[in-house]
Design a protein around this ligand. Structure first.
Ligand SMILES: Nc1ncnc2c1ncn2[C@@H]1O[C@H](COP(=O)(O)OP(=O)(O)O)[C@@H](O)[C@H]1O
Ligand SMILES: O=C(COP(=O)(O)O)[C@@H](O)CO
Length: 575
């Protein structure tokens, strides 16, 4: 239970403010997160890490000499937005390029990818790297689909230490990939976490049982077993990891490994030491030398009662990087060289235009779009709890709050743009940017694409027609499929977006008025959303828990169907 909070929606921002106030020696705040408080070394590669809040010390607590140069800090369990990541990277970069590092979650992949595109476009060479250490989240043949959990730390550290030694961006990225290839984690839990403001945990484990192979956002485990003794828990973790050795390591005997026994929130230090006692014995019996083991809380999930074990199989290069000094708020090792404090820099927020140029017809269309966004936001507000509950069946339960943050930000940005005389394109672009920025997460990135694509099709001068609206929806559908990589049948919002776009296009081609065409398309969307209940998820957070989600529709598909039905109201009143 997270007992101490003010407004739950402000939790992540207020926690970051307090964290910065307590750690000024190491970090200073910048738009989107934090960067090191020490002076930059010109020409060095900057490693910028990030992810959702709720995992401290990941990610802000790992910023400092020898580790990350900056961290982008998202909302609770939601990736930071591309705009936040770009803000942190620009403040952290020192002229040698940027490596963006994060755990492999759909929202992080989308937002860090978009940030990298924009940074490269602005002349800052940037690469991305997603950590994939959690062996329970996909089989070895699909290792690229695995989630990032406590293995984030050794992989971030290897890359950061290489950057500290003056390696080039290509070399730092190569080290990150090498460390990740040799890092494996596996976890167990006895209860899920309760998010700030929530009155029940994201998942529960029956009394006397433990969940095996669960995620760090309340994603349910892949199996359930009786609660073990500490020794039995150690045996399960070690034997599971020793069964999946990286390529090139035939036998554990004679190997050296970085070892992390990670507490996820409410398993405390002495319990961890009791487990580690047996972990150390088992590794010793297997002939594995544990190098600088860490026993403690390194990647958490609020008050989740769980632990995970991580092994990074070391070679000479990785061992030197793992044992290199580091000095961050939450992780210190050896002695780092003295460093001067960074000069104070001010970061001006990027201002939007003071006024827009648009035709009167496009301004009228923008007013309709604003009304549609108001109805959209009201629908999301009404259904937020339901969306969260659906998402919690096999995901992380944040779909309702993410959609609320995004749609509220979009409506507010659209209102401001409308007051400044925006046409349809400018208003929808401002709304899309704000949705991605305020919502974060997978849905934030994808809804940003939807609104921007619609705006591009409508323009700022032409009078929108049924054909241009249908074309915009088709572009939105193509954009979401291209960016997210999901297809119909994968149990995502694409299962609704595609039939919605197709039906709208067919109706318009057959000569229907926009409201009638939209009505038919919304009915198709509602049917398709219901049908997702029979599908097994192939993308996103729900994928590892496929069978648990059978019988429940996809959260993003359901919210999209609710939204297109609500938007019909705005079209009907503007006719
Ligand atoms: N690759 C993808 N392409 C399209 N939609 C996706 C993809 N991955 C997930 N989704 C959609 O995003 C929804 C979850 O949104 P959100 O709660 O923001 O995500 P998360 O917390 O998992 O980042 C899912 O229900 C699904 O509809
Ligand atoms: O949950 C996180 C990000 O993933 P989303 O896909 O945006 O939900 C975060 O806590 C880990 O970075």
């Amino acid at each position: 239970m997270t007992r101490l909070h003010n407004d739950p929606a402000a939790f992540a921002d207020e926690a970051l403010e307090g964290f910065v106030a307590a750690h000024r020696r190491w970090v200073r705040p910048v738009p989107g997160g934090v960067v090191r408080a020490t002076a930059k070394t010109p020409g060095r590669v900057a490693v910028v890490i990030g992810g959702g809040s709720g995992h401290y010390p990941a990610f802000s607590g790992l910023v400092g000499q020898g580790l990350a140069h900056g961290a982008a800090v998202g909302n609770v369990f939601a990736s930071p937005s591309a705009q936040q990541i770009r803000g942190v990277a620009k403040a952290a970069q020192a002229g040698g390029g940027v490596l963006l590092m994060y755990g492999n979650y759909a929202g992080d992949v989308l937002h860090f990818g978009q940030a990298a595109e924009r940074l490269n476009g602005e002349g800052i060479p940037t690469r991305t790297f997603a950590v994939t250490d959690d062996i329970s989240s996909a089989g070895p043949d699909e290792a690229h689909k695995r989630r990032g959990i406590a293995g984030d730390l050794p992989v971030f550290k290897a890359a950061s230490a290489a950057a500290e030694q003056g390696s080039t961006l290509d070399e730092v990225a190569r080290i990150a990939a090498h460390a990740n290839d040799r890092t494996r984690s596996f976890g167990i839990a006895f209860s899920g976490c309760t998010l700030p403001g929530a009155d029940h945990p994201l998942f529960t484990v029956p009394e006397g049982r433990m969940a095996v192979g669960l995620g760090i956002h309340g994603e349910p485990g892949i199996g359930e077993e009786p609660v073990p003794t500490a020794d039995e828990a150690a045996e399960l973790l070690v034997t599971t990891l020793l069964k999946e050795l990286p390529d090139g390591i035939g036998t554990p005997h004679g190997q050296r490994a970085a070892v992390i026994l990670n507490g996820l929130g409410s398993v405390k230090y002495e319990e961890l030491f009791v487990v580690y006692r047996r972990v150390a014995q088992l590794l010793d019996e297997a002939g594995v030398t544990a190098v600088d083991p860490e026993v403690g809380e390194l990647v958490t999930s609020f008050d989740m009662a769980g632990i995970s074990l991580t092994l990074t199989w070391l070679d000479d290069t990785l061992e030197a990087l793992w044992t290199a000094p580091a000095d961050t708020p939450a992780y210190r090792k050896g002695a780092v060289p003295e460093a001067a404090a960074a000069d104070e820099e001010s970061y001006e927020a990027e201002e939007g235009p003071e006024a827009y140029t648009a035709s009167e017809e496009s301004r009228r269309a923008a007013a309709t779009a604003l009304d549609a966004l108001r109805l959209l936001k009201e629908t999301v507000d009404t259904h937020a709890d339901e969306l969260g509950r659906i998402d919690a069946v096999a995901g992380d339960g944040d779909h309702g709050i993410g959609m609320q943050r995004g749609s509220t930000g979009a409506y507010e940005a659209a209102l401001e743009a409308c007051e400044l005389g925006a046409g349809a394109r400018s208003l929808l672009t401002a709304a899309g940017d704000a949705w991605a920025d305020k919502g974060g997460g997978t849905s934030g990135a994808l809804w940003g694409i939807v609104l921007r694509a619609l705006g591009d099709a409508l323009g700022d001068t032409e009078r929108p027609t049924p054909a241009s609206v249908a074309h915009g929806v088709l572009r939105a559908s193509d954009g979401v499929r291209r960016t997210g990589g999901a297809e119909v049948g994968d149990k995502t919002m694409v299962d609704v977006l595609v039939p919605f776009a197709e039906t709208l296009g067919q109706q318009v081609d057959a000569g229907a008025e926009l409201t009638a065409a939209w009505d038919a398309a919304a009915t198709a969307a509602e049917r398709s959303a219901r049908d997702t209940a029979h599908l097994l998820p192939k993308m996103g957070r729900a994928r590892p828990h496929a069978e648990k989600s059978l019988g429940t529709p996809d959260a993003g598909a359901h919210s999209l169907a609710l939204i297109v039905r609500a938007v019909h109201g705005a079209l009907a009143t503007c006719q």
